[in-house]
Design a protein around this ligand. Structure first.
Ligand SMILES: Nc1nc2c(c(=O)[nH]1)N[C@H]1C(S)=C(S)[C@@H](COP(=O)(O)OP(=O)(O)OC[C@H]3O[C@@H](n4cnc5c(N)ncnc54)[C@H](O)[C@@H]3O)O[C@H]1N2
Ligand code: MOO
Length: 387
C-alpha cells in the first residue's frame, strides 16, 4: 500500500496535457483556456460618462449653462464644450472635447436649452479611457473559463479561444450483480450507480465520458469490454479490484497489456485502487463500493482530468474548518470522511460504511484524517475537500 500523495504523483507522471482546439466564444464556458488572450484596444476606448446628465468644462453651483448638443452611447458629440456650455450626455457616451465632468440630471434644473447647476458634490462621473483594461492587457492560460471570463474575452474582442480538447473517458462498470438504472434487477442484483455518478463528475469537469456496457465477472466479458475503449484518453473501471475470487479486473487489464503503475493505497475508502497505462490511455481501476468509487473520483480522477486539460497537476483543493465534536484516533490509512459544514464548523457523519451513498448525498465535504492521526478534540481545525 502506498500513501495517497505518492499514488497521485504516480498518476500525474502518466499524464500529459492534451492537444488544443479553437472554439467560438459561445462554446468556451467550462473549457480550459490554453493560449493567452490579449487585448488589442483600451476599454473603454474613450473617456465615457458613468451617468445620465450634462458634460461640462467647468461649472459652479447656481450657474446657468447653455446646452449646445448631445452625446449618447454610440453617437458622440463632434464639437467642443467651452465654459458656460453643457452637452446633454448619457451613460456610456464619449465625453466631448473640453468636458471635465458630468453633472447628473438629478442635480440640475432644466429649462429649454438652459440648465442651472444645483449640486456639484461627489465625483466627476467620468470613466477614463482604459479604466477597465488597456491594449496589451493579457489573461494568462491555463485557466478554467467561467462566465465572467466569457464576458471579459468578449470585451477584449476575442471571437474564438484556444482550449484543451475534451478528454475522452471510457467508463466500465463490472459485476454480475449489476443492471443499468431503469432495468428490472434479478433477485440477487442491484442497480449500477457508481459509473453514473462518475459520468456526472466527468461532465462537470469538462471531459467527454462514454458509458461502456457493464462487464460481467468473467475474463472473456472483461476482455470484450476493455476492447471497446477505442480512442479513450482515460479508461476507468469500477469494481472487481479487490482480492475476491471474482475480482478479475487487474488480471484482465494485465492480459490486455496494461502496464501497472501501482495497486492498493493507504486510503479509506479506496484501498484497492489501481492505475497504469493501457496503450496510450491512462487506466484507473476504482474500487466497487459506491462511496469508494466516488471519493476516489474526487481525490484521483478529477485531478488527473484537470492535468489532462492542461491545468496544474495538483491535488483536490482543500480548506479547513473547526470540528464540532471529538474524533477518535485514525488508523494507518488516510481517511476521507463524509461530513457537513455549518456556522458551528464541520461535523463528521457517524456512519462511514463505504456502501452508503445516502450519507454521501447528505455530505458537502470530505473531512481528511491523515494516517495515524491522533485523537482530535472539538474546536480543533481539520482539513477537508469541499464537495
Ligand atoms: N477480504 C477482503 N475483502 C475486501 C477487501 C480486502 O482488503 N480484503 N477490501 C474491501 C474494500 S476496502 C473494498 S473498497 C471492496 C472493493 O472491492 P472491489 O473493487 O473488488 O468491488 P466489488 O467487489 O466488485 O464490489 C464491491 C461492492 O460494490 C458494489 N458495486 C460494484 N460496482 C458497482 C457499481 N457500478 N454500482 C454500484 N455498486 C457497485 C458491489 O455490488 C459490491 O457490493 O472490497 C472489500 N473486500
Ligand atoms: O477502501 Mo474500501 O474503499 O474501504 O471501502
Amino acid at each position: 500500500m502506498i500513501p495517497v500523495e505518492e499514488a497521485l504523483k504516480a498518476l500525474f507522471d502518466l499524464v500529459a496535457p492534451l492537444e488544443t482546439e479553437d472554439v467560438p466564444l459561445l462554446e468556451a464556458h467550462g473549457r480550459v483556456l490554453r493560449a493567452d488572450i490579449l487585448a488589442n484596444r483600451d476599454q473603454p476606448p474613450f473617456a465615457a460618462s458613468a451617468m445620465d446628465g450634462y458634460a461640462v468644462a467647468d461649472a459652479s453651483v447656481g450657474q446657468t449653462l447653455r446646452v449646445i448638443g448631445e452625446s449618447s452611447a454610440g453617437h458622440g458629440f463632434a464639437g467642443t464644450v467651452a465654459t458656460g456650455e453643457a452637452v446633454r450626455i448619457f451613460t456610456g457616451a464619449p465625453m466631448p472635447e473640453g468636458a471635465q465632468r458630468v453633472v447628473i440630471q438629478e442635480d440640475v434644473t432644466a429649462d429649454g436649452n438652459r440648465i442651472t447647476v444645483g449640486d456639484l458634490s461627489g465625483t466627476t462621473h467620468v470613466r477614463p479611457a482604459g479604466a477597465d483594461f488597456l491594449a496589451g492587457f493579457r489573461v494568462a492560460a491555463p485557466r478554467k473559463i467561467r462566465p465572467a471570463d466569457v464576458a471579459l474575452f468578449a470585451a477584449m474582442n476575442a471571437g474564438s479561444v484556444r482550449v484543451s480538447r475534451r478528454p475522452r473517458v471510457a467508463l466500465i462498470a463490472t459485476g454480475d450483480e449489476l443492471v443499468s438504472p431503469g432495468e428490472v434487477p434479478g433477485r440477487d442484483q442491484i442497480v449500477a450507480s457508481n459509473t453514473y455518478g462518475l459520468h456526472a463528475m466527468l461532465r462537470d469537469v469538462g471531459a467527454e465520458p462514454r458509458m461502456l456496457p457493464i462487464a460481467r465477472d468473467t475474463h472473456r466479458s472483461l476482455d470484450t469490454v476493455l476492447g471497446l475503449v477505442d480512442d479513450a484518453d482515460l479508461v476507468i473501471t469500477v469494481g472487481g479490484a479487490s482480492v475476491g475470487d471474482h475480482d478479475l479486473v487487474v488480471d484482465a487489464a494485465g492480459a490486455r497489456g496494461m502496464e501497472r503503475s501501482f495497486y492498493k493505497i493507504a486510503m479509506r475508502p479506496g484501498k484497492p485502487l489501481m492505475a497504469g497505462c493501457l496503450g496510450v490511455a491512462v487506466m484507473i481501476g476504482l474500487p466497487g463500493n459506491p462511496v469508494s468509487a466516488l471519493v476516489c473520483g474526487h481525490v484521483f480522477v478529477l485531478p488527473v482530468v484537470r492535468a489532462m486539460l492542461g491545468l496544474p497537476a495538483e491535488p483536490a483543493r482543500r480548506a479547513s474548518a473547526v470540528l464540532t465534536h471529538d474524533l477518535p484516533e485514525n488508523g494507518m490509512r488516510e481517511h476521507y470522511m463524509r461530513a457537513f459544514r455549518d456556522a458551528q464548523g464541520i461535523t463528521v457523519f457517524e456512519r462511514q460504511d463505504s456502501a452508503l451513498l445516502s450519507v454521501l448525498n447528505e455530505a458537502d465535504a470530505l473531512a481528511i484524517r491523515p494516517a495515524n492521526d491522533p485523537p482530535r478534540s472539538k474546536g480543533e481545525s481539520i482539513e477537508y475537500i469541499p464537495l
